[in-house]
Design a protein around this ligand. Sequence first.
Ligand code: NAP
Ligand code: F7E
Length: 345
Amino acid sequence: MKNALVTGITGQDGSYLAELLLSKGYNVYGIWRRKANVDYGNISHLKDEINLIYADMTDLSSLISAVKISQPDEVYNLAAQSFVASSWDTPLNTAETDALGVTNILEAIRLVKPDARFYQASTSEMFGLVQEIPQTEKTPFYPRSPYGVAKLYGHWITKNYRESYNIFACSGILFNHESERRGLEFVTRKITNSAVKIKLGLQDCVELGNLDSKRDWGHSEDYVRAMWLMLQQDTPDDFVIATNETRTVREFAETAFRCLDIEIDWQGSGVDEIGVDRATGKTVVKVNKKFFRPAEVDILLGNPEKAEKILGWKRNVNFSQLVERMVKNDLNLLSSRNNKIIKLK
Ligand code: NAP
Ligand code: F7E
């Protein structure tokens, strides 16, 4: 039986990856942080099947202990301050976790279990001000946020440990991936959650930032499969994981409201743009400048050809299925919590 150590196991991807590894018969260890109130969150359904170890990406000694305890064959480094907008509020903490934290876990592996295979959660945010469309493994990087800059360090230090110490280290350059377990602050879940609340009469309107921003959105379940595949190859390498489709935030909102039988008409432009419910004339989307970022990543579009060819990876969930799954999940959660039943067409 193989042992796997997952950092960030309480997060969106960590929970789906833990499910995948358990289904493949792994002994799963996960790193989690102490909180004032114990909250298993995304892994509450798995807590009896996995081994949790208290550790922090900024604390090398804790990571050394975690590697000693788990004796991993594979380490998946998913822990990060992952919210781009917050990285301007906490740039140093973001760098300590997302940049130096990667060196910490790599050092723990080098010192304790150098034959462990290592996966680093790199990101399309490293492309930032994109130098070509679509982006591939060969596209030059130009990060646009403290998050993107920190992740670029993590990406390069992973490559460096591969070349310096012969560690089997891979980076997945993953484009945006979402799910029913996505944090409420990310734009997709914010939209699906708010649209459902509007449908149920619990909220009037959702305020968003840049509606023109374009993202390549997939489902987390498909993307964690790619992480595992990378560590099963004969040689370590880096791979773009994406859908090769890009859509605006506006299109995401339209699709989410449509799942709830609400058609949106857009009126005005810039910060004055609004989304109006065609049937009732009510404004259900507004723009609020506070959600704009100091520097934006305007368009992300990834070409996953290398992963499809070498890993045999393919996504199963398309854009409309992704949005529908997220909306239905929020509808189930919120209607039962608020004792409201609605029938969709
Ligand atoms: P997420 O839901 O925000 O999960 C992040 C995880 O990291 C949480 O378990 C969090 O623990 C943990 N964490 C944060 N700081 C830590 C620290 N100092 N020490 C230990 N654990 C810490 O993120 P995700 O969407 O699952 O993403 C997983 C990884 O992929 C991240 O590295 C992210 O940057 C990267 N990524 C994500 C996407 C995407 O679209 N989702 C795309 C590309 C790359 P707590 O529960 O204690 O906060
Ligand atoms: O923003 C725009 C916002 O916060 C997406 C992380 O998983 O993917 C994620 O980063 C876009 C941006 O994700 C709102 O300006 C408009 O252009 O959902 P997001 P992100 O910044 O793309 C990458 C690949 C990661 O690696 C990250 O860890 O949507 N936007 N209005 C808004 N964004 C938010 N959050 N809230 C709004 O109201």
